[in-house]
Design a protein around this ligand. Structure first.
Ligand code: ARG
Length: 459
């Protein structure tokens, strides 16, 4: 029972419900490998500083190796009564090697131990997510390359605005995910600092060498204040903010994929293996993956707020509240990772329907701005050009035709500056090709942007 763990201080065993209530082993055992890694680094330093003997270190290494194996092959006996991953491992170690196991916790507290474990876990999760974001960008870039000159209507307010190239549209998402990578890498710097040595809150009386432990664990720095080291979780909040942005970008993209796949729009199809059917309607093929991703975004964004709320009222230093950081954090990592993994594959499995996109681009006078720009280049002030074209559009709306379907005479009714060279301006190709500068939608610029991003991402 738990009274074993706390020993002499307690006169009765901990209530069974309280035991379950306070235990975290069911979820924090996922950090076991990092806990062992941290313990090995700590023990190695204790030995180097002559705080424990070389024999103790050898025993600890042997014991922890066996425990790693037991955990890996699922024979480790996790016990709720031992509360968390740290005490489960420590107890097993002592069962295996005796007194040396009891010496491992010298100069250490679970407070700096758990903070170290979380940071090691998060550093590895960040590196995985970084890689997955690269894969997703690569899929987006490959699809963008195929459709560098495929034209579809661009929208503002969900109303047809101007023609854009599909490659350009996809690159907008690649830019967002590229910034997500930047943010994660920045966050990683603050994650990658060593709390060990802070002990419970004030440091330790033993002659420890924190720099040595930091080096062993490949931390870039040591946390500079012991109180802060054990109670700070802002690195986790920062990560969750980055994750919330990743999911928000995924969610916006999902929304578009869903709209594009609707038969009313029909711009794309998503491969069957990423869709599901209906139990009643035999004809259905639903874009469940983007819909779920949009839904899961709510969950991940909620975790960010959850962690902020968890921290806001905590006095220094460690409080048990902090144990509540793990489930939202783990769920965030799982959700983001799975989502990115699926999206990287799904984007590669999108079939584009250029003729549907093209048809849609002809609706809604997408080249009206081009006509206004044309008049400006002929000498008309922009506001007058805007008005002339607005009247031309109104004429077309009444006639039920496109701007490009007016005769030259009809056009000249609205401005006698219009000449026969206007026809090229009013085509979809002419419109996108004319936006020929860095960040513009012209097919050549899309090609440049793809090359530029490949270089930035090291692809
Ligand atoms: N399971 C605990 C956590 O997640 C470990 C630290 C416990 N420390 C303590 N003083 N109760 O935060």
């Amino acid at each position: 029972t738990k009274s074993d763990v706390w020993s002499g201080r307690f006169s009765e065993p901990v209530d069974e419900l309280v035991q379950r209530y306070t235990a975290s082993v069911t979820f924090d055992k996922r950090m076991a490998a990092f806990d062992i890694q941290g313990s090995l680094a700590h023990a190695e330093m204790l030995c180097a500083q002559k705080i424990i003997s070389t024999q103790d270190l050898a025993d600890i290494m042997r014991g922890l190796k066996q425990i790693s194996e037991e955990i890996a092959n699922d024979s480790f006996d996790w016990q709720i009564a031992l509360e968390d991953v740290h005490m489960n491992i420590e107890r097993r170690l002592t069962d295996l090697i005796g007194d040396a196991g009891k010496r491992l916790h010298t100069g250490r507290s679970r407070n700096d131990q758990v903070a170290t474990d979380i940071r090691l876990y998060m550093r590895s999760a960040i590196d995985d997510i970084d890689h997955l974001l690269h894969r997703l960008c690569e899929s987006l870039l490959n699809l963008a390359e195929k459709h560098f000159d495929t034209i579809l209507p661009g929208f503002t307010h969900m109303q047809v605005a101007q023609p854009v190239t599909f490659g350009h549209h996809l690159l907008a998402y690649a830019e967002m995910f590229n910034r997500d990578i930047e943010r994660l890498r920045d966050c990683r710097k603050r994650v990658n600092r060593l709390p060990l040595g802070a002990a419970a809150l004030a440091g330790t009386t033993f002659p420890i060498d924190r720099e040595r432990v930091a080096k062993t664990l490949e931390f870039e720095e040591v946390c500079r204040n012991s109180l802060d080291a054990v109670s700070d979780r802002d690195f986790a909040i920062e990560f969750c903010a980055d994750a919330a942005l990743i999911m928000t970008h995924i969610s916006r993209m999902s929304e578009e994929l869903i709209i594009w796949m609707s038969p009313r729009v029909g711009f794309i199809d998503i491969a069957d293996r990423f869709c599901t059917g209906s139990s009643i309607m035999p004809q259905k093929k639903n874009p469940d993956v983007p819909e779920l991703a949009r839904g899961k975004t709510g969950r991940v964004n909620g975790h960010l707020i959850g962690l902020l709320m968890l921290m806001k009222g905590q006095p220094l230093a460690y409080n048990k509240d902090n144990q509540e950081d793990k489930e939202p954090l783990f769920d965030t990592v799982d959700t983001v990772s799975d989502t990115l993994r699926i999206f990287a594959d799904m984007v590669s499995a999108i079939t584009v329907k250029p003729e549907m996109m093209r048809q849609a681009a002809f609706q809604g006078y997408a080249t009206a701005t081009d006509l206004a720009d044309y008049l400006v280049k002929k000498g008309l002030p922009f506001r007058d050009a805007h008005e002339a074209v607005a009247r031309a559009v109104r004429f077309c709306v009444e006639k039920g035709c496109d701007l490009s379907e007016m005769t030259l005479e009809q056009m000249r009714e609205f401005s006698n500056l219009i000449e026969s060279d206007v026809m090229e301006i009013l085509t979809l190709e002419g419109s996108v090709k004319a936006r020929d500068h860095i960040g513009g939608t012209a097919p050549l610029q899309v090609k440049n942007a793809i090359a530029n991003m490949r270089e930035r991402l090291g692809l």
